[in-house]
Every structure is written in structure tokens, then in C-alpha cells.
Design a protein around this ligand. Structure first.
Ligand SMILES: C[S@@+](CC[C@H](N)C(=O)[O-])C[C@H]1O[C@@H](n2cnc3c(N)ncnc32)[C@H](O)[C@@H]1O
Length: 318
């Protein structure tokens, strides 16, 4: 049974978004709409929020919000593609929020196949109508490829990843989430400390199946083109792979500008596209109330008025 999703770091996100009444905001990961509703409360009657999500169930929740509040519209799809679409249409916005990963609706709904403790089909696609499922991947890929996925996207130590994959291959074809959990447990045992070893394996497979890191890189580069000068980029990440991408993106684009912050355009030659903003963690109280927030990191940046170099501008359409 799916439980409600509690938005992570809503107060910190609102502060970092630093919204004013008539601004236009993209909530790139609508989920259960917790952040979107909060953003709408911060905006005035002229403000606008565009929600994005590739999960059809999120789209149904978004349709209800669009009925309730005319300032909200929804675009279904992968956030990198929808943001590219907005850039292509000439839309420009004042803020973009990413609250990455899964919603509680997705984790707790056994039929989605994300849970390593609930029996369900081995699926793990955020958009079940697109791409290969976890079962397709685990039953069909070369063992070395699966080992690479566990190491890269789950930080599973290579020796452990090899043992897991040997067990997976021995048990193929796998059809359910618990068959995968059992294979992991048979391969590496139950760890007294550090929790269920299936957690990292599920994370790795999910990140791969949904191309989460590739999508995030493309989405950040679209976000820098859709943001107006002064526009804020805020991203909440939940694991090291996501966080590294956001941190590196902001650091690269921020350059090493030494101009005073009140100057709208860099004059020291560094030509930064973003100015680094705050980095926040959830409070101890939030972690106590919502343990899923424990690994969250919020990073933010503000778009400068620097024009983008030609290779990052949208291509001319003929
Ligand atoms: C952590 S939840 C967001 C929760 C939301 N902020 C709230 O307050 O309810 C992440 C959501 O982002 C969506 N998502 C993840 N990756 C996506 C992508 N590449 N494109 C579109 N939506 C994505 C997921 O389907 C999920 O609904």
C-alpha cells in the first residue's frame, strides 16, 4: 500500500528558491506535489508553476492539483526532454527545482517493483511504458555489465558485486523483487551493520534502468538555458552519484569568479554561468520524523547574466 509522500527539506528548498509573487517556477520532479503546493503558497496570483514527472501515477495527482489551482500546469515526461522542449519554445523561468529519486508512492507500492522487502514484479521503471525493466536487464545482460552497474551506481564493492551477479545468473530468470533480494542475501549474507545489502543493489539497478544519471546531466544543462538571469537552480539529491553530478555541474559553471557578488556580469574573466548558493542537510528533527530524508543534500545556485557559449545554446532549427 502506498503511503503519502512527505516532501524532503520543504523549508530549506523554499528558502533556496527565494520566490517572489509573480515568478515562474519549474518543479521538475512533481511526485506527490508536496513541493509544488508549497511553491504555490509562496507565489502570488500572477505566479506560475510547471510540474514535470515521467510517472503516469504522478500525472494523475498533478491533474487534480491543476483543477484546484489554475496557476499550475503539468507536462508529463522525462525532465531532460521536457526542459529541452521549454527551451525550444522560448520559455524562460525564474527557478527550477529537482527533488530527485523516488517518491514514497513508488517505493511503497509493491507492484512498481522498487521495494527490496515487498514482493512485486521486478520492474523498477518510473515510466512503466518506456525502456527495459529490471528483469529484462538482469536476465539478459552479460554478467560483467551487471557487475559494472552495481559498482558504478550502487557503490557496491567489486568483489561483493561479482558474488551477487554469480548468484543472479545461477537463478535466472528472476521475475520478482524478493527473488532478487534472496539472491543478494544468498551471495553476501545479512550484514549486522550497514543494513540490508539488497538496498544498494536495488538502487544501482533502478538508477541504470531509468538512466537517472544521464538524464540528470542533460536536465541540468537544459536548466541553465531555461533560467533567466538571477534564476535559481535547487537540487535535492539522495545518493552520492546524483550529488557528485550536481556538485560538479555547479562548480564547473561557477568558475573561479572573484568579482563582487553585486555585479550582474563577471568582469574578472572567469565568466561564470552560475553563482554557488547554499548547501544544506536535513535537520536532525526531520531525519527523526522522516528517516528517508537522512541521505538528502540540497545544493543551489543562481544563474548569472553571462550569455552561454555557442556550443551550449539551443541549435537553430531549419
Ligand atoms: C522524490 S520524488 C519527488 C517528490 C515531490 N517533490 C513531492 O514533494 O511530492 C521524485 C519524483 O521525480 C520523478 N522523476 C525522477 N526522475 C525523473 C525524470 N528523469 N524525469 C521526470 N520525472 C522524474 C519520479 O517519478 C518521482 O515522482
Amino acid at each position: 500500500m502506498a503511503t503519502d509522500h512527505y516532501p524532503v527539506m520543504p523549508q530549506e528548498a523554499a528558502e533556496a528558491l527565494s520566490l517572489e509573487g509573480a515568478e515562474r517556477v519549474v518543479d521538475a520532479t512533481f511526485g506527490g506535489g508536496g513541493h509544488a503546493r508549497r511553491i504555490l503558497r509562496e507565489l502570488g496570483p500572477e505566479g506560475r508553476v510547471v510540474g514535470i514527472d515521467r510517472d503516469p501515477e504522478a500525472a494523475a495527482r498533478a491533474a487534480r492539483l491543476a483543477e484546484e489551482d489554475r496557476r499550475f500546469t503539468f507536462r508529463p515526461g522525462a525532465y531532460d526532454e521536457v526542459l529541452e522542449g521549454l527551451v525550444g519554445e522560448g520559455e524562460r523561468v525564474d527557478a527550477v527545482l529537482f527533488d530527485l529519486g523516488l517518491s514514497s508512492y513508488q517505493i511503497d507500492e509493491a507492484a512498481r517493483g522498487f521495494s527490496y522487502v515487498r514482493e512485486g514484479p521486478l520492474d523498477m521503471r518510473m515510466d512503466p511504458g518506456r525502456g527495459e525493466s529490471a528483469a529484462d536487464f538482469l536476465n539478459g545482460a552479460e554478467p560483467a555489465e551487471i557487475v559494472g552497474v552495481l559498482v558504478r551506481y550502487g557503490d557496491v564493492p567489486r568483489g561483493e558485486a561479482r558474488r551477487v551477479v554469480r548468484e543472479v545468473v545461477r537463478r535466472r530468470p528472476l521475475a520478482s523483487t524478493l527473488e532478487l533480494s534472496e539472491a543478494v542475501r544468498a551471495a553476501v549474507g545479512w550484514k549486522e551493520r550497514g543494513g540490508n545489502p539488497a538496498k544498494k543493489v536495488f538502487q544501482a539497478v533502478r538508477v541504470y534502468v531509468n538512466d537517472e544519471l544521464g538524464g540528470l546531466e542533460r536536465a541540468l544543462s537544459a536548466a541553465e538555458r531555461v533560467l533567466l538571469p538571477g534564476g535559481r537552480l535547487v537540487a535535492i539529491t539522495f545518493h552520492s552519484g546524483e550529488d557528485r553530478i550536481v556538485k560538479r555541474f555547479i562548480s564547473e559553471r561557477a568558475g573561479r569568479c572573484v568579482c563582487p557578488p553585486e555585479l550582474p556580469v563577471c568582469i574578472c574573466g572567469a565568466r561564470p554561468i552560475f553563482r554557488k548558493g547554499v548547501v544544506r542537510k536535513p535537520s536532525a528533527r526531520e531525519v527523526g520524523e522522516n528517516p528517508r530524508s537522512a541521505s538528502a543534500r540540497l545544493r543551489s545556485a543562481a544563474r548569472t547574466a553571462e550569455p552561454l557559449e555557442a556550443d551550449r545554446l539551443p541549435r537553430e532549427t531549419s
